[in-house]
Design a protein around this ligand. Structure first.
Ligand code: 5GP
Ligand code: ZN
Length: 113
């Protein structure tokens, strides 16, 4: 996935403000934050979107959720944060490498727009 921007973050070909990293995933600040805390959590494996994940990814998907919580904690958010996965262009996905948005630090409306 040579042209994928998030694969480039994983390979350090694109700079990003990384807040958490391990063998399977990276968490870094969104370049265009929509809340005081806005972190993206991505798998190092290129998966285009949640609807392209499969049973073989079950452990990885759980891992991403736990990293999302750790990333929130690292920003002093132990609760009162939101995790969002836009899946498909119609739902607002613009980067086609699976990512979890971790948003917090302000009041959240419901339902999301
Ligand atoms: P989506 O719209 O696909 O759910 O979210 C993609 C997110 O990636 C957007 O919030 C956008 O601001 C962020 N983003 C896009 N390109 C870059 C980049 O090069 N670096 C960082 N840190 N974030 C990016
Ligand atoms: Zn990718």
């Amino acid at each position: 996935m040579s042209k994928c921007v998030f694969c480039k973050v994983v390979r350090r070909e694109l700079s990003a403000e990384i807040v958490e990293e391990d063998d399977h995933a990276v968490a870094f600040r969104d370049i265009n934050p929509q809340a005081p805390v806005h972190i993206l959590v991505i798998p190092k494996k290129h998966i285009t979107a949640l609807d392209k994940a499969s049973e073989e990814d079950v452990l990885l998907l759980g891992h991403l959720l736990l990293m999302a919580n750790r990333a929130a904690n690292s920003q002093n958010l132990t609760s009162d944060y939101r995790v969002v996965i836009n899946t498909g262009g119609g739902a607002g996905q613009s980067v086609f490498h699976l990512h979890l948005h971790v948003l917090g630090g302000r009041a959240m409306g419901w339902p999301p727009g």
